[in-house]
Write a protein that binds this ligand. Structure first.
Ligand code: CA
Length: 581
């Protein structure tokens, strides 16, 4: 029955072609008629009576600087045999601004995106999902991952992991042609964009819903989830193992000296380490011992990036004035962090953070009674261990007693195995996406202090090895770059510019991606704009990995091949007995 109704609606609107107005298409009846009939999308049963449709005429408003006219649409669906309703929410641009595009944005931390308006700037329909657990209203996965102690809510894990976004996209793409009354055979270009967990979510879509997307932009992805989340405890365990809890000011001073010393190694003194590999290979950390530091007393907010709602609440700390000199112990701690996690057998467990990055996970707490700095267990790692590994509904570990690098390795292994097909998100064979013409822009800040930059390089290399096993290195790079490019962002922090280094940051990636997908204009570099410091306003072309930037003078940057650099970014995780992609 619905098919017949739908056909009539399409015919009526098609007759009007592009002349349809927002008011004409933005009706409950039009959306209901456009819904895919149950059985069309296997596993998704839409509920027509749940549909809402409301036109928003922001373009007539004088208060909004960037205003659009669009249609807000919500609908609910169930998975056959299950009762939990899932809400999806779309914004459809006014017909006169629709450009045959569909856009999906990622979230961050344990939260999915809840803003459906991100596509309007591109003439794209966009959508968000509540994942069945009210994610649209801000409910984060860490609060619903457990049904109770010892009991994982797998529906929520899988929905967050990849399923909810994929289904939202499938439904939205099915509705769109009928909604506009356009020819359903015309191409609906579909894009994904996100950073941090949003980057991981993008990879989940490329790996699991390859048919749905034409282009994906993934920044600093929080993939290799089991390792990545536990790795947040590496700094705390390093402090405990060394028996040294540094005053924050001491590490800040080491970071500042590192930046000042390594800045020129890339050929240009601009306050930015564009080559953290040259810094790693050449900087003598011991030379900083004895350098005085001073920081005034502060009341500050946490450096945490809100990976988990609990982390956001532990925000305000008071610190006394810190006055001292860089110690051998402080240097030993930084050396350990730059080396990355190694177990008691001398095997590598995980990648290190890049030289020049800050050390957010090292944060210590001032004990006003003893006057000493004490261990402060980062909830970024602690909460993941309690809720996702120990399956206890508390928001952090209460102590790290008897926790060693070997313990962290065991936790990583437990999490990797448990969430291998939901959150790990490192499937390396992307043939379905590649063979249908999909394009990927993957970027990562080279001073990321939350997700190590080398994590992205490791995955890029895994895809290269798995997909082009018989090609030489150079041949396989050429093959891979024709559809998947990785860019390191000089000096950038985690999914953002870095207050310590005035480097470039890519902010018009969608324009580059649209050109690549719709106009076959393949990017060689990626636009990175500098917005502070001596070179504010400059647009740099970030180098596609494995090429590395080097300035031949203060104004000319070349992308060069440097085997030593590539080798310094290459790691084998021999602590694990199965391949780690
Ligand atoms: Ca520099």
């Amino acid at each position: 029955m619905r098919q017949a109704v739908r056909g009539t609606a399409v015919a009526a609107l098609a007759a009007a072609a592009n002349a349809a107005t927002l008011a004409e298409v933005c009706t409950v009846a039009n959306v209901q008629a456009a819904l895919p009939a149950n059985g069309t999308l296997n596993g998704i049963n839409l509920i027509p009576s749940s549909v809402t449709a409301n036109a928003v005429n922001d373009a007539n408003s004088t208060t909004s600087s960037t205003a659009y006219n669009y249609c807000n649409v919500t609908a609910s669906y169930v998975h056959p045999g299950k009762s939990q309703e899932v809400v999806v929410w779309y914004t459809f641009p006014s017909p006169d601004t629709f450009k045959n595009r569909f856009y999906v944005a990622g979230g961050g931390g344990y939260s999915l995106n809840s803003d459906p308006t991100g596509g309007l700037a591109y003439g794209a329909v966009a959508g968000v999902t509540d994942a069945g657990y009210d994610a649209i209203n801000g409910v984060a996965l860490d609060t619903v991952a457990l049904a109770g102690n010892g009991s994982i809510n797998w529906d929520n894990i899988y929905m967050f992991g990849y399923q909810a976004l994929g289904e939202m996209t499938q439904i939205g793409k099915a509705i769109t042609p009928a909604f506009y009354g356009s020819n359903s055979s015309s191409k609906l270009y579909t894009y994904y964009e996100g950073c941090s967990d949003g980057g991981r979510e993008g990879w989940s879509q490329i790996q699991r819903f390859a048919d749905e997307y034409d282009g994906a932009i993934t920044g600093a992805p929080a993939f290799r989830y089991g390792q990545q989340q536990v790795n947040h405890l590496f700094a705390n365990v390093a402090e405990q193992t060394l028996g040294y809890y540094p005053p924050p000011c001491e590490l800040e001073k080491i970071v500042n000296i590192t930046i000042a010393t390594c800045d020129p190694l890339d050929g240009r003194t601009d306050g930015v380490i564009s080559r953290s590999d040259l810094c790693k290979l050449n900087f003598n950390l011991n030379s900083t011992i004895g350098t005085p530091y001073y920081c005034a007393a502060t009341t500050s907010t946490s450096l945490g990036f809100g990976f988990g709602s609990k982390a956001k609440r532990q925000s305000s700390t008071s610190e006394p004035a810190q006055n001292g000199t860089i110690s051998a112990q402080g240097v030993a701690l930084v050396e350990r962090l730059w080396e990355g996690m190694i177990n008691s057998k001398g095997e590598r467990v995980y990648v290190p953070w890049p030289t020049g990055s800050s050390f957010q996970d090292t944060a210590t707490t001032y004990n006003s009674t003893t006057g000493a700095w004490d261990l402060s267990i980062t909830s970024l790692g602690g909460e993941f261990v309690t809720k996702f590994i120990q399956l206890i509904d508390v928001s952090n570990l209460s102590s790290l007693e008897n926790v060693t690098y070997d313990t962290l390795q065991d936790w990583m292994n437990d999490a990797m195995v448990r969430y291998m097909d939901s959150l790990q998100t490192t499937l390396p064979d992307l043939t379905p996406f590649q063979s249908k013409g999909g394009k990927i822009i993957h970027y990562h800040g080279e001073a990321d202090d939350s997700i190590p930059t080398a994590s992205s390089i490791h995955y890029y290399d895994s895809v290269r090895n798995i997909m082009y096993p018989t090609q030489s290195y150079n041949e396989s790079i050429t093959s891979l770059q024709s559809w998947y490019k990785l860019f390191l962002v000089s000096g950038a922090a985690h999914c953002s510019r870095n207050t310590l280094m005035p480097g470039p940051y890519p902010e018009d990636n969608m324009a580059t991606m649209i050109d690549w997908v719709e106009n076959s204009i393949e990017p060689t570099g990626l636009n990175g704009t500098v917005t502070s410091g001596t070179y504010s306003g400059e647009v740099q072309q970030l180098c596609a990995w494995p090429l590395r930037p080097f300035w031949s003078d203060n104004s000319t940057m070349n992308c060069q091949y440097d085997q030593k650099s590539i080798d310094s970014w290459t790691y084998t995780f021999d602590a694990f007995k199965v391949p780690i992609y």
